[in-house]
Write a protein that binds this ligand. Structure first.
Ligand SMILES: Cc1ncc(COP(=O)(O)O)c(C=O)c1O
Length: 385
């Protein structure tokens, strides 16, 4: 199994950081890559034409390897909402059709679809969860599957729920959505890089991933997989760099309607950011080096410790397999004062997130059992029955 990788980061040692789902710390190596990218602009004559393309191409290859895809089908994106808009612009609605989303989905994966529904006369169907019921995550998955029928234009969902790590069974959802000729649009921001997902095994229509969490990048750059069905699509912006032969700087004003192949047309303008691209590439390459399966195993062992230590207390936490190994939610009984918990954890410099009525805990390769025990002890000391 992977060892704790704290030494590869520069996290403040006084802090217990269990909040990767909010934002990952930077790898030392990624920080160095970013600094070199920054310094290079001291002498702009060092940027040759090829500089605008080569590092982007390496980034696409690394991301494609991570999700078992092909670099041609990868676009470089500034945000999840940007890529979602590209998908929505090119998704053909079924007449009087439906869009399926999960309850309390992240806004960037909701607003696009609620607007799409309004503009295209679609019903937006929100599949609700009931965390107070037994086996509620299985039931949630069953309800999602039951809702997928011939009227569904697209199922727009995550691999996990961003607020508490609830796992969605994408294999079954893909099978049912294929049967009903419905698209499957995945926001992988809270899963890709920590939870394995292979496009070969689960051929989704689009997989959109913000880069600053589980891909270990900086803020402002991510990657999207777009299936071949979008290859003739119309992008939301008309930038020069996605157009055919854009690397020939002397002929840029030989305007053309043609694009570079694959998903290139959906990459953002100024995609070649000389700081952000090397940082994100370094993050993904480190993930590839560790192996996503190994990362998942490591994070899951930490989560199991949390589950075991809170077992029998008034705190409820979903069992592994129902929530993903790297991200989970702790719910508490009605008498427990959330504000008191917040104050206590802040005092002890334990960082988690508060999402709805759950404490979101996200553990990663720089954490160890001591971090988990510190959180559990603190919560158990505040317990009210
Ligand atoms: C599931 C999920 N998607 C997307 C984002 C970020 O969206 P955007 O890149 O549009 O700001 C977040 C941020 O927390 C998230 O948790």
């Amino acid at each position: 199994m992977l060892n704790c990788q704290k030494s590869k980061f520069q996290l403040d040692p006084a802090v217990t950081y269990l909040n990767n789902a909010y934002m990952s710390p930077l790898l030392k190596s990624a920080e160095e890559a970013g600094i070199q990218g920054l310094i290079k602009k001291r002498n702009p004559f060092n940027y040759g034409n090829q500089e605008f393309f080569e590092d982007v191409s390496v980034l696409k290859q690394s991301f494609a390897k991570l999700i078992h895809s092909n670099a041609n089908q990868i676009a470089i994106i500034p945000s999840v909402s940007y890529a979602m808009s590209n998908v929505a612009k090119n998704l053909v609605p079924k007449p009087g059709g439906k869009i399926i989303v999960a309850e309390d989905q992240f806004p960037s994966h909701y607003y696009t679809w609620s607007n799409y529904a309004k503009l295209n006369n679609q019903e937006i169907q929100i599949i609700k969860a009931n965390p107070n019921a037994a086996s509620w995550i299985s039931k949630w998955n069953e309800d999602i599957l039951a809702a997928i029928d011939d009227k569904v234009t697209a199922v727009c969902i995550g691999h996990v729920h961003w607020a508490d790590g609830s796992l969605f069974n994408l294999k079954k959802i893909r099978a049912k959505s294929f049967d009903t000729n419905s698209a499957l649009i995945i926001d992988g921001t809270q899963s890709v890089g920590a939870l394995p997902l292979s496009i070969k095994e689960i051929p989704v229509d689009a997989l959109i991933v913000g880069g600053y969490k589980w891909l270990l990048g900086h803020y402002g750059l991510g990657c999207a997989y777009m299936s071949e069905s979008f290859n003739d699509g119309i992008p939301i912006e008309d930038n020069w760099i996605n157009k055919k032969d854009s690397s020939n700087f002397e002929r840029l004003v030989d305007y053309t309607e043609q694009f570079e192949p694959g998903a290139a047309r959906f990459s953002v303008g100024e995609q070649s950011s000389f700081c952000l691209v090397p940082i994100l590439t370094e993050g993904i390459n480190q993930i590839l080096d560790w192996g996503v399966e190994n990362i998942y195993q490591y994070d899951s062992a930490l989560q199991k410790r949390l589950f075991d230590t809170l077992q029998g207390s008034s705190y409820q936490i979903s069992p592994l397999g129902e929530s993903s190994g790297h991200l989970t939610g702790i719910r508490m009984n009605k008498n427990t004062d959330m504000n008191q918990i917040k104050q206590q954890l802040i005092k002890q410099q334990i960082y988690v997130s508060y999402r709805g009525d759950a404490i979101r805990v996200s553990m990663h390769v720089y954490n160890d059992f001591d971090d988990i025990d510190k959180l559990s002890e603190s919560l158990l000391n505040l317990e009210t029955n």
